[in-house]
Design a protein. Structure first.
Length: 354
């Protein structure tokens, strides 16, 4: 596989399960597995929506692997049983990824935590499953960039600062990953590895309008973002994230958590890289001054002063050594990731010229 330096054997004789196959990351994971000739049991909430699944069906037709769809919902106990039957590997990617919700308990925590329990209870009842790769997040490691001021954050770090009131998405990912490690530790049938990506960008199997990653990239090019918020974050390419899932599934010794992060960067740096390739698009060229954000953030942008103070003008520091050493991940530059994703938005008519 081109995004890893490790050699490993992909067993195509048994199917693998991918939960939430309609998601952005899952789409690229499905694509790479199909390219390798794997048979995929893909869980989706509503397989009767044929149009919604056509792009995945098309990927199945043009690649050596095979895709079969199974109906399952995170909140419906036992609904993953048919999907997992006969699978040796389960990739659990399904979880709501939304930064702003009405009811964090109901909209984020419950599907993430109950969903993970539900999925892993079914794994416990499916003797063929030997390994689970969970899509966790850097959100299970940190809440604010200021937390890495003194030391780079690595896989030893757990998020202890998110709450229902402050960054509940981070809380949902932390609690879900903790439940997964507890359940993994109480049995011997299967092993767990987690992938903890920073902000994932890069071209999807198609444009996903509801994906937070695509919404962010779209806002940089459709004229809605007039100035770049000056906060830092990590970015990683979706193609490397997909490969990391596969490496964590098939490398026999892969274990534990894996931070996936290509570069510690920010909106302004990404916008700058895009402007040089797409000069005719309304990509912002100004950094929003911290003082202005401090004044208007809480009322106009829904950003609290705590969040501004802990993140504005602070670049986080994530250590990705383990992903390179254990999974062999070869990271491409974020500028190239952003360029390829923006090109997809241009090709699909999602952003227009000035
Ligand atoms: P998407 O929003 O594109 O996909 C989310 C997936 O989860 C969809 O397939 C969705 O199904 C499914 N899902 C949500 N709720 C339920 C439910 N109740 N029952 C069954 N399926 C459900 O997200 P991403 O691909 O971006 O994220 C995938 C995973 O990666 C998540 O766990 C997210 O936390 C994690 N992650 C994402 C990052 C990013 O930057 N994108 C960064 C780090 C981690 P449906 O299509 O039916 O809505």
């Amino acid at each position: 596989m081109s995004h890893t330096s490790k050699q490993f054997t992909i067993d195509t004789s048994k199917p693998v399960a991918v939960t939430g196959a309609t998601g952005y990351i899952a789409g690229v994971l499905v694509q790479q597995l199909l390219e390798q000739g794997v048979t995929i049991h893909a869980s989706v909430r509503d397989p009767s929506k044929k149009d919604h699944l056509q792009y995945l069906q098309n990927l199945g037709e043009k690649n050596p692997g095979t895709i079969k769809f199974f109906k399952a919902d995170l909140l419906e106990e036992g609904s993953f049983a048919k999907c997992f039957d006969g699978c040796e590997i389960v990739f659990h990617t399904a979880s709501p990824f939304q930064l702003s919700v009405d009811d964090p308990q109901k909209d984020l925590i419950e599907p993430a935590v109950k969903g993970t329990k539900n999925v892993l209870n079914t794994v416990n009842n499916t003797p063929s499953v030997k390994r689970v790769v969970l899509t966790s997040s850097i959100a299970a490691i940190y809440t604010d960039s200021s937390e890495s001021k003194n030391n780079p954050l690595n896989e030893e770090t757990w998020n202890r600062t998110a709450s229902l009131k402050y960054k509940p998405y981070n809380l949902s990912k932390t609690l879900a990953e903790q439940v997964a490690w507890e359940m993994a530790g109480s049995q011997t049938q299967w092993k767990l590895a987690t992938i903890n990506p920073s902000m994932v960008l890069g071209p999807g199997a198609r444009f996903h309008p509801s994906s937070t990653s695509f919404k962010m990239m779209k806002s940089l090019g459709d004229g809605s973002m007039k100035a770049c918020p000056n906060n830092g974050f990590g970015v990683v390419d979706v193609r490397e994230v997909a490969t990391a899932h596969i490496a964590a599934a098939y490398i026999p010794d892969a274990k534990g958590r894996h931070i996936l992060n290509a570069e510690n960067t920010g909106f302004y740096e990404i916008a700058k890289a895009l402007r040089s390739h797409f000069p005719k698009y309304p990509i912002p060229s100004y950094k929003m001054p911290k003082t202005l954000l401090w004044l208007i953030g809480p009322t106009m942008a829904g950003t609290s002063r705590k969040e501004i103070s802990n993140n504005c003008e602070v670049i986080p520091n994530f250590d990705h050594t383990k992903s390179v050493q254990e999974l062999g991940i070869k990271y491409r530059p974020v500028a190239k990731t952003a360029e390829d994703m923006f090109q997809q938005l241009v090709d699909e008519g999602v952003v227009g010229k000035k």
